[in-house]
Design a protein around this ligand. Structure first.
Ligand SMILES: Nc1nc2c(ncn2[C@@H]2O[C@H](COP(=O)(O)OP(=O)(O)OP(=O)(O)O)[C@@H](O)[C@H]2O)c(=O)[nH]1
Length: 338
Protein backbone atom coordinates (compact mmCIF):
# COMPACT_ATOMS: atom_id res chain seq x y z
CA UNK A 1 0.00 0.00 0.00
CA UNK A 2 1.39 3.41 -0.96
CA UNK A 3 -0.04 5.42 1.98
CA UNK A 4 -0.33 4.01 5.48
CA UNK A 5 -1.16 7.17 7.42
CA UNK A 6 -3.91 7.11 10.01
CA UNK A 7 -6.94 9.39 9.46
CA UNK A 8 -5.47 11.96 11.87
CA UNK A 9 -2.01 11.89 10.27
CA UNK A 10 -3.46 12.11 6.76
CA UNK A 11 -5.71 15.04 7.75
CA UNK A 12 -2.80 16.88 9.26
CA UNK A 13 -0.64 16.32 6.18
CA UNK A 14 -3.52 17.25 3.86
CA UNK A 15 -3.99 20.55 5.74
CA UNK A 16 -0.26 21.30 5.43
CA UNK A 17 -0.30 20.32 1.75
CA UNK A 18 -3.23 22.68 1.11
CA UNK A 19 -1.41 25.45 2.99
CA UNK A 20 1.65 24.83 0.77
CA UNK A 21 -0.54 25.07 -2.35
CA UNK A 22 -2.18 28.27 -1.13
CA UNK A 23 1.16 29.82 -0.25
CA UNK A 24 2.33 29.22 -3.81
CA UNK A 25 -1.03 30.14 -5.37
CA UNK A 26 -1.49 26.67 -6.85
CA UNK A 27 -4.81 24.99 -7.60
CA UNK A 28 -5.50 21.95 -5.39
CA UNK A 29 -5.99 19.56 -8.31
CA UNK A 30 -4.80 15.93 -7.94
CA UNK A 31 -1.31 16.42 -9.43
CA UNK A 32 -0.48 19.51 -7.37
CA UNK A 33 -2.02 18.01 -4.26
CA UNK A 34 -0.09 14.74 -4.59
CA UNK A 35 3.21 16.58 -5.00
CA UNK A 36 2.48 18.79 -1.99
CA UNK A 37 1.30 15.81 0.11
CA UNK A 38 4.41 13.81 -0.77
CA UNK A 39 6.60 16.80 0.07
CA UNK A 40 4.95 17.15 3.47
CA UNK A 41 5.26 13.39 4.03
CA UNK A 42 8.99 13.55 3.23
CA UNK A 43 9.20 9.92 2.07
CA UNK A 44 10.61 10.57 -1.41
CA UNK A 45 13.94 12.18 -0.57
CA UNK A 46 14.73 13.23 -4.17
CA UNK A 47 11.38 15.02 -4.48
CA UNK A 48 11.93 16.90 -1.21
CA UNK A 49 15.44 17.87 -2.30
CA UNK A 50 14.16 19.11 -5.69
CA UNK A 51 11.50 21.24 -3.96
CA UNK A 52 13.99 22.59 -1.42
CA UNK A 53 16.37 23.49 -4.26
CA UNK A 54 13.62 25.37 -6.08
CA UNK A 55 12.60 27.16 -2.88
CA UNK A 56 16.13 28.32 -2.18
CA UNK A 57 16.66 29.35 -5.83
CA UNK A 58 13.32 31.22 -5.56
CA UNK A 59 11.98 29.43 -8.64
CA UNK A 60 8.22 30.05 -8.62
CA UNK A 61 5.96 27.00 -8.40
CA UNK A 62 3.33 26.76 -11.08
CA UNK A 63 1.37 23.93 -12.68
CA UNK A 64 4.25 23.14 -15.03
CA UNK A 65 6.83 22.85 -12.30
CA UNK A 66 4.45 20.70 -10.24
CA UNK A 67 3.67 18.42 -13.20
CA UNK A 68 7.37 18.05 -13.82
CA UNK A 69 7.97 17.09 -10.17
CA UNK A 70 5.06 14.67 -10.38
CA UNK A 71 6.42 12.95 -13.51
CA UNK A 72 10.02 12.93 -12.33
CA UNK A 73 9.61 11.74 -8.77
CA UNK A 74 6.15 10.29 -8.22
CA UNK A 75 4.97 8.52 -11.38
CA UNK A 76 8.15 6.43 -11.74
CA UNK A 77 7.32 4.72 -8.45
CA UNK A 78 3.99 3.67 -9.94
CA UNK A 79 2.84 0.08 -10.22
CA UNK A 80 3.15 -0.06 -14.00
CA UNK A 81 6.82 0.81 -13.80
CA UNK A 82 7.44 -1.66 -11.03
CA UNK A 83 5.84 -4.40 -13.12
CA UNK A 84 7.94 -3.49 -16.10
CA UNK A 85 11.15 -3.40 -14.10
CA UNK A 86 10.27 -6.85 -12.71
CA UNK A 87 9.65 -8.17 -16.23
CA UNK A 88 12.92 -6.73 -17.55
CA UNK A 89 14.78 -8.17 -14.55
CA UNK A 90 13.24 -11.60 -15.12
CA UNK A 91 14.08 -11.54 -18.81
CA UNK A 92 17.69 -10.50 -18.22
CA UNK A 93 18.07 -13.22 -15.55
CA UNK A 94 16.67 -15.83 -17.95
CA UNK A 95 19.03 -14.69 -20.69
CA UNK A 96 21.95 -14.87 -18.27
CA UNK A 97 20.95 -18.36 -17.24
CA UNK A 98 20.61 -19.42 -20.87
CA UNK A 99 24.01 -18.13 -21.89
CA UNK A 100 25.57 -19.80 -18.82
CA UNK A 101 23.92 -23.10 -19.75
CA UNK A 102 25.09 -22.74 -23.36
CA UNK A 103 28.64 -22.07 -22.17
CA UNK A 104 28.61 -25.10 -19.85
CA UNK A 105 27.20 -27.39 -22.55
CA UNK A 106 29.91 -26.39 -25.01
CA UNK A 107 32.58 -26.70 -22.35
CA UNK A 108 31.43 -30.28 -21.51
CA UNK A 109 31.33 -31.19 -25.18
CA UNK A 110 34.87 -29.90 -25.81
CA UNK A 111 36.00 -31.93 -22.76
CA UNK A 112 34.57 -35.12 -24.24
CA UNK A 113 36.12 -34.31 -27.63
CA UNK A 114 39.57 -33.58 -26.13
CA UNK A 115 39.63 -36.83 -24.16
CA UNK A 116 38.28 -38.85 -27.06
CA UNK A 117 40.77 -37.46 -29.56
CA UNK A 118 43.66 -38.33 -27.25
CA UNK A 119 42.18 -41.82 -26.65
CA UNK A 120 41.65 -42.46 -30.35
CA UNK A 121 45.42 -42.26 -30.96
CA UNK A 122 46.01 -45.40 -28.85
CA UNK A 123 42.59 -47.08 -28.98
CA UNK A 124 42.25 -50.60 -30.33
CA UNK A 125 39.54 -50.88 -33.03
CA UNK A 126 37.02 -52.07 -30.41
CA UNK A 127 37.90 -49.21 -28.03
CA UNK A 128 37.77 -46.76 -30.93
CA UNK A 129 34.20 -47.82 -31.65
CA UNK A 130 33.30 -47.03 -28.01
CA UNK A 131 35.08 -43.69 -28.14
CA UNK A 132 33.30 -42.72 -31.36
CA UNK A 133 29.97 -43.71 -29.89
CA UNK A 134 30.79 -41.49 -26.81
CA UNK A 135 31.51 -38.59 -29.19
CA UNK A 136 28.24 -39.24 -31.01
CA UNK A 137 26.12 -39.32 -27.88
CA UNK A 138 27.85 -36.13 -26.59
CA UNK A 139 27.07 -34.53 -29.98
CA UNK A 140 23.38 -35.53 -29.77
CA UNK A 141 23.26 -34.20 -26.23
CA UNK A 142 24.78 -30.88 -27.29
CA UNK A 143 22.37 -30.67 -30.23
CA UNK A 144 19.37 -31.21 -27.90
CA UNK A 145 20.65 -28.60 -25.43
CA UNK A 146 21.26 -26.10 -28.23
CA UNK A 147 17.78 -26.72 -29.64
CA UNK A 148 16.23 -26.08 -26.21
CA UNK A 149 18.29 -22.94 -25.76
CA UNK A 150 17.32 -21.74 -29.21
CA UNK A 151 13.63 -22.08 -28.32
CA UNK A 152 14.13 -20.27 -25.02
CA UNK A 153 16.08 -17.53 -26.78
CA UNK A 154 13.29 -17.06 -29.33
CA UNK A 155 10.84 -16.75 -26.43
CA UNK A 156 13.04 -14.16 -24.71
CA UNK A 157 13.31 -12.31 -28.00
CA UNK A 158 9.51 -12.06 -28.33
CA UNK A 159 9.32 -10.88 -24.75
CA UNK A 160 11.99 -8.25 -25.31
CA UNK A 161 10.11 -6.86 -28.35
CA UNK A 162 6.96 -6.61 -26.27
CA UNK A 163 8.79 -4.93 -23.41
CA UNK A 164 10.46 -2.52 -25.78
CA UNK A 165 7.06 -1.55 -27.21
CA UNK A 166 5.69 -1.03 -23.69
CA UNK A 167 8.70 1.06 -22.76
CA UNK A 168 8.29 3.19 -25.88
CA UNK A 169 4.62 3.70 -25.01
CA UNK A 170 5.49 4.68 -21.44
CA UNK A 171 8.11 7.07 -22.71
CA UNK A 172 5.58 8.64 -25.08
CA UNK A 173 3.03 8.98 -22.27
CA UNK A 174 5.62 10.63 -20.06
CA UNK A 175 6.30 13.22 -22.74
CA UNK A 176 2.89 13.85 -24.23
CA UNK A 177 -0.12 15.76 -22.92
CA UNK A 178 -3.14 13.45 -22.95
CA UNK A 179 -5.79 16.01 -24.02
CA UNK A 180 -3.97 17.69 -26.90
CA UNK A 181 -1.31 15.18 -27.93
CA UNK A 182 1.29 17.97 -27.73
CA UNK A 183 4.54 17.59 -25.82
CA UNK A 184 4.41 18.33 -22.12
CA UNK A 185 6.72 20.42 -20.03
CA UNK A 186 9.01 17.52 -19.21
CA UNK A 187 9.63 16.87 -22.92
CA UNK A 188 10.23 20.57 -23.43
CA UNK A 189 12.83 20.68 -20.65
CA UNK A 190 14.63 17.66 -22.06
CA UNK A 191 14.68 19.15 -25.57
CA UNK A 192 16.02 22.50 -24.39
CA UNK A 193 18.69 20.75 -22.30
CA UNK A 194 19.67 18.61 -25.28
CA UNK A 195 19.77 21.52 -27.75
CA UNK A 196 21.94 23.55 -25.39
CA UNK A 197 24.20 20.60 -24.59
CA UNK A 198 24.81 20.16 -28.33
CA UNK A 199 25.58 23.85 -28.70
CA UNK A 200 25.46 26.28 -25.75
CA UNK A 201 25.32 29.21 -28.21
CA UNK A 202 22.31 27.78 -30.00
CA UNK A 203 19.59 30.19 -31.00
CA UNK A 204 16.22 29.09 -29.66
CA UNK A 205 13.02 31.03 -30.16
CA UNK A 206 9.92 30.55 -28.04
CA UNK A 207 6.42 31.51 -29.08
CA UNK A 208 4.06 31.67 -26.10
CA UNK A 209 0.45 31.13 -27.21
CA UNK A 210 -2.69 31.78 -25.19
CA UNK A 211 -6.35 31.50 -26.15
CA UNK A 212 -8.25 34.78 -25.91
CA UNK A 213 -11.15 35.14 -23.49
CA UNK A 214 -11.25 31.42 -22.96
CA UNK A 215 -12.73 31.73 -19.50
CA UNK A 216 -15.79 33.33 -21.06
CA UNK A 217 -15.91 30.63 -23.72
CA UNK A 218 -15.92 27.93 -21.03
CA UNK A 219 -18.64 29.77 -19.16
CA UNK A 220 -20.81 30.13 -22.26
CA UNK A 221 -20.36 26.70 -23.80
CA UNK A 222 -19.09 24.46 -21.03
CA UNK A 223 -15.78 22.91 -20.16
CA UNK A 224 -16.23 19.88 -22.42
CA UNK A 225 -16.63 21.98 -25.56
CA UNK A 226 -13.74 24.07 -24.24
CA UNK A 227 -11.64 20.89 -24.18
CA UNK A 228 -12.53 20.09 -27.80
CA UNK A 229 -11.56 23.62 -28.86
CA UNK A 230 -8.28 23.36 -26.97
CA UNK A 231 -7.38 20.13 -28.68
CA UNK A 232 -8.33 21.47 -32.17
CA UNK A 233 -6.25 24.61 -31.63
CA UNK A 234 -3.39 22.40 -30.42
CA UNK A 235 -3.60 20.32 -33.60
CA UNK A 236 -3.50 23.47 -35.72
CA UNK A 237 -0.42 24.70 -33.86
CA UNK A 238 1.18 21.31 -34.24
CA UNK A 239 0.47 21.22 -37.98
CA UNK A 240 2.33 24.52 -38.47
CA UNK A 241 5.48 23.55 -36.64
CA UNK A 242 5.63 19.79 -37.00
CA UNK A 243 8.88 19.80 -38.98
CA UNK A 244 10.68 22.80 -37.56
CA UNK A 245 9.81 23.04 -33.89
CA UNK A 246 8.44 21.60 -30.71
CA UNK A 247 4.77 22.27 -29.92
CA UNK A 248 4.16 22.09 -26.18
CA UNK A 249 1.11 22.35 -23.97
CA UNK A 250 2.62 24.55 -21.33
CA UNK A 251 -0.43 24.19 -19.09
CA UNK A 252 -4.15 25.01 -19.12
CA UNK A 253 -4.98 26.99 -22.24
CA UNK A 254 -1.38 28.02 -22.80
CA UNK A 255 0.88 26.58 -25.45
CA UNK A 256 4.49 27.09 -26.38
CA UNK A 257 6.26 26.60 -29.64
CA UNK A 258 10.00 26.13 -29.39
CA UNK A 259 12.01 26.71 -32.54
CA UNK A 260 15.71 25.87 -32.57
CA UNK A 261 18.06 27.71 -34.97
CA UNK A 262 15.48 30.35 -35.79
CA UNK A 263 15.87 34.15 -35.50
CA UNK A 264 13.31 36.56 -34.07
CA UNK A 265 12.00 37.63 -37.45
CA UNK A 266 11.39 34.11 -38.73
CA UNK A 267 9.82 33.12 -35.41
CA UNK A 268 7.49 36.14 -35.63
CA UNK A 269 6.48 35.14 -39.16
CA UNK A 270 5.72 31.62 -38.02
CA UNK A 271 3.74 33.04 -35.08
CA UNK A 272 1.68 35.18 -37.47
CA UNK A 273 0.95 32.13 -39.67
CA UNK A 274 -0.21 30.17 -36.63
CA UNK A 275 -2.40 33.10 -35.52
CA UNK A 276 -4.04 33.29 -38.94
CA UNK A 277 -4.47 29.52 -39.09
CA UNK A 278 -6.31 29.45 -35.77
CA UNK A 279 -8.41 32.48 -36.72
CA UNK A 280 -9.64 30.63 -39.79
CA UNK A 281 -10.83 27.62 -37.79
CA UNK A 282 -14.59 27.23 -37.68
CA UNK A 283 -16.38 25.33 -34.95
CA UNK A 284 -19.91 24.01 -34.91
CA UNK A 285 -21.69 22.70 -31.85
CA UNK A 286 -22.40 19.00 -32.44
CA UNK A 287 -25.57 19.27 -30.33
CA UNK A 288 -27.23 22.46 -31.62
CA UNK A 289 -25.43 22.45 -35.02
CA UNK A 290 -24.94 26.18 -34.50
CA UNK A 291 -21.67 27.90 -35.29
CA UNK A 292 -19.55 28.67 -32.23
CA UNK A 293 -17.83 32.03 -31.98
CA UNK A 294 -14.46 32.51 -33.61
CA UNK A 295 -11.54 31.47 -31.45
CA UNK A 296 -8.43 33.64 -31.48
CA UNK A 297 -5.03 33.46 -29.87
CA UNK A 298 -2.41 35.94 -28.70
CA UNK A 299 1.26 35.19 -29.17
CA UNK A 300 4.54 36.41 -27.68
CA UNK A 301 7.89 35.74 -29.34
CA UNK A 302 11.22 35.77 -27.48
CA UNK A 303 14.76 34.54 -28.11
CA UNK A 304 16.75 32.54 -25.58
CA UNK A 305 19.64 34.44 -24.01
CA UNK A 306 22.70 32.46 -23.00
CA UNK A 307 22.86 33.77 -19.43
CA UNK A 308 19.29 32.91 -18.45
CA UNK A 309 17.86 29.61 -17.28
CA UNK A 310 14.89 28.27 -19.15
CA UNK A 311 12.42 29.30 -16.41
CA UNK A 312 13.49 32.91 -16.96
CA UNK A 313 13.32 32.42 -20.72
CA UNK A 314 9.75 31.16 -20.55
CA UNK A 315 8.76 33.89 -18.11
CA UNK A 316 10.07 36.44 -20.62
CA UNK A 317 8.06 34.85 -23.46
CA UNK A 318 4.97 35.18 -21.27
CA UNK A 319 5.81 38.79 -20.54
CA UNK A 320 5.90 39.42 -24.30
CA UNK A 321 2.61 37.55 -24.67
CA UNK A 322 0.97 39.89 -22.18
CA UNK A 323 1.87 42.79 -24.50
CA UNK A 324 -0.20 41.13 -27.25
CA UNK A 325 -3.05 40.75 -24.75
CA UNK A 326 -2.82 44.38 -23.69
CA UNK A 327 -2.76 45.60 -27.27
CA UNK A 328 -6.12 43.99 -27.95
CA UNK A 329 -5.44 40.21 -28.37
CA UNK A 330 -5.51 38.16 -31.59
CA UNK A 331 -2.04 39.41 -32.47
CA UNK A 332 1.68 38.70 -32.24
CA UNK A 333 4.05 40.66 -29.99
CA UNK A 334 7.83 40.28 -30.02
CA UNK A 335 10.45 40.95 -27.36
CA UNK A 336 11.49 44.03 -29.33
CA UNK A 337 8.31 45.61 -27.89
CA UNK A 338 9.37 45.05 -24.26
N1 LIG B 1 -11.92 23.64 -21.16
C1 LIG B 1 -10.75 23.84 -20.57
N2 LIG B 1 -10.47 25.03 -20.02
C2 LIG B 1 -9.29 25.22 -19.44
C3 LIG B 1 -8.32 24.21 -19.37
N3 LIG B 1 -7.23 24.70 -18.73
C4 LIG B 1 -7.51 25.96 -18.40
N4 LIG B 1 -8.74 26.29 -18.82
C5 LIG B 1 -9.48 27.53 -18.62
O1 LIG B 1 -8.91 28.58 -19.33
C6 LIG B 1 -9.35 29.80 -18.75
C7 LIG B 1 -8.23 30.79 -18.73
O2 LIG B 1 -8.76 31.98 -18.27
P1 LIG B 1 -7.91 33.27 -18.00
O3 LIG B 1 -6.49 32.89 -17.67
O4 LIG B 1 -8.64 34.11 -17.03
O5 LIG B 1 -7.80 33.97 -19.38
P2 LIG B 1 -8.84 34.21 -20.53
O6 LIG B 1 -10.25 34.20 -20.10
O7 LIG B 1 -8.48 33.26 -21.62
O8 LIG B 1 -8.53 35.70 -20.92
P3 LIG B 1 -7.26 36.27 -21.64
O9 LIG B 1 -6.17 35.25 -21.56
O10 LIG B 1 -6.92 37.49 -20.87
O11 LIG B 1 -7.64 36.56 -23.04
C8 LIG B 1 -9.84 29.44 -17.34
O12 LIG B 1 -11.24 29.56 -17.32
C9 LIG B 1 -9.43 27.99 -17.18
O13 LIG B 1 -10.36 27.27 -16.40
C10 LIG B 1 -8.62 22.94 -19.95
O14 LIG B 1 -7.85 21.99 -19.92
N5 LIG B 1 -9.85 22.81 -20.52
Amino acid sequence: MMYQDSIEQASEKAALAIAFLQRHRLAAHPVNFTVAYEYISGVIAELCQAIEDKLSARIPFDDFVMTELYSNYIVPTGRQNEQMIAAVYKMVSTLNQQSEQAGEAIHDYIDVLDHSLVALKTDTPVQARDTISRIMSATYELKATQQKLRDQLAQSNDQSYQLRAELEQLKRERHVDALTGLYNRLAMQEHIDQWLAENPQRRIAAIAVDLDHFKQFNQDYGYNIGDVILSKVAKKISAYVQESGLPVRAGGEEFLILLPDVDLRTASEIAEQVRRGVEKLRFVSSRSKKALPKVTISLGVALYQAQENWHQFLARSNQVLSIAKKRGRNQVATEAML
